[in-house]
Ligand binder design. Structure first.
Ligand code: ACO
Length: 320
């Protein structure tokens, strides 16, 4: 059996912050942000929470899949910005949904999180361990961003996306994923310091720090290579794919990947213009958008790809 996506959902905070609004917060401009990233606006939480957005996205995905929460076997929530360290976001989601039969865990793979969750769902389904799985990417990155650092705060947004994955004859055809921890510090966010009765460490920088050019080089090299590898495993060529849904970090990265795969830019839909980079939420929010816009037909072959901190990358080729 294969993992087939049978429902999607998404949720964005109501506050939309345009580039011009940000130029009142830091020394930046709409022209700089658009030309370097393609981002025009992002949504930022006010009274929303990571779990609340995840719950809304999950309810939509279950409704489309025509599935009751009690039918779920497993919930995987991918996030680097849950509301609290414990209990896990996935367990809050389980409680909010009333998915009483499901086990639930969180997965931390930054911007690749949703792909790692999908690939795990495929493995569980292939092994026969689970049949009905909810996967979610949900982020409140606005709390991890230094709002005085113009080189990072303009890039990110908050939101959540979800997919219900079911055991079926058709679905995921091939997966690829990888990590390169040796280069991890090009995109970092320090945790809490060790402070116990025996040792007292200074706190590191609690906000996202990034070497943008290194991340750019990593993305334009690794993403086309992992997509090619996954296509090869599936016995397909880029021409066989209707849509490539990539992590929404930056328009220039997506255009460079399209060029390296020799595919037209129209095959690479984007939501980054309105949402910014939502880490683990980017791919499922984009997937839900193209699904709701009826851009996917049954039988279409699509590619999903995530890449980001870790460094990590993940890719799946699937039949819709
Ligand atoms: N507004 C105006 N000026 C800015 C801003 C801003 N928001 N941010 C930086 N600048 C200035 C810098 O200070 C610098 O000025 P200087 O030349 O006087 O020193 C100048 O713009 C150029 O800065 P660079 O960092 O060299 O800009 P670059 O062209 O590399 O663009 C960017 C930065 C967009 C981050 C680019 O490196 C990139 O696309 N990186 C990919 C990484 C990415 O997208 N990360 C997202 C998170 S990671 C992920 O999701 C995978």
């Amino acid at each position: 059996m294969r993992a087939r996506i049978c429902g999607t959902g998404s949720c964005l905070p109501k506050l939309r912050v345009a580039n011009d609004d940000l130029s009142k917060v830091v020394d930046t401009s709409d022209a700089w942000i658009r030309s370097r990233t393609g981002i025009a606006a992002r949504h930022i939480v006010t009274d929303e929470t990571t779990a609340g957005m995840a719950l809304e996205a999950a309810k939509q995905a279950l409704a489309e899949a025509d599935m009751r929460p009690e039918e779920l076997d497993l919930i995987i929530a991918a996030s680097v910005s849950a509301d609290r360290i414990l209990p896990p976001l996935s367990c809050e989601l389980q409680s909010g949904l009333g998915a009483v039969r499901a086990s639930a865990y969180d997965l931390c793979a930054a911007c690749s999180g949703f792909l790692f969750a999908l690939n795990a769902a495929q493995a569980y389904i292939q092994s026969g361990m689970f049949q009905k799985i909810l996967i979610v990417g949900a982020e409140t990155l606005s709390k991890l961003v230094d709002w005085s650092d113009r080189s990072t705060c303009v890039l990110f947004g908050d939101g959540a996306g979800a997919a219900v994955v079911c055991a079926d004859e058709e679905g995921v055809l091939a997966t690829v994923q990888g990590s390169d921890g040796a280069r991890g510090m090009v995109l970092a966010c320090e945790g809490r310091p060790v402070n116990n009765p025996y040792v007292r460490h200074e706190a590191g920088n609690p906000y996202v720090q990034m070497n943008g050019q290194e991340v750019y080089r990593f993305a334009v090299r690794t993403v086309p290579a992992s997509v090619q590898e996954a296509l090869q495993k599936a016995g397909l060529a880029p021409e066989d794919i209707s849509l490539f849904l990539l992590h929404q970090a930056n328009r220039r990265i997506i255009e460079a990947v399209a060029k390296r795969l020799a595919q037209p830019p129209e095959k690479f839909p984007m939501c980054l213009e309105e949402c910014g980079n939502m880490s683990a939420a980017s791919v499922p929010v984009l997937l839900d958008r193209v699904n709701k816009e009826k851009k996917l037909k049954k039988g279409d072959k699509i590619v999903l790809a995530g890449f980001g901190a870790g460094l990590t990358w993940g890719c799946a080729v699937l039949v819709w």
